[in-house]
Ligand binder design. Structure first.
Ligand SMILES: [Zn+2]
Length: 64
């Protein structure tokens, strides 16, 4: 069994993780239709467009 020689301190661990953390999710792309960010290979949440076509109906400002 191979084990690390030393325990990594809380400070070191937190420092490492702070730099790795990303604000946006991986695979986020800008929608060509509305300019919103959405997950790649998923239908755009704000306008319902996918692959240049409207796939789902999105009622904008229907319920306020
Ligand atoms: Zn969109």
């Amino acid at each position: 069994m191979i084990a690390p020689k030393r325990k990594i301190s809380k400070q070191r661990k937190h420092k490492r993780r702070s730099s790795v953390w990303k604000l946006d999710m991986p695979g986020m792309v800008k929608c060509p239709n509305c300019g919103e960010f959405y997950l790649s290979h998923r239908v755009c949440k704000s306008c319902g467009f996918y692959n240049g076509k409207q796939v789902i109906k999105v009622n904008k400002e229907a319920e306020a």
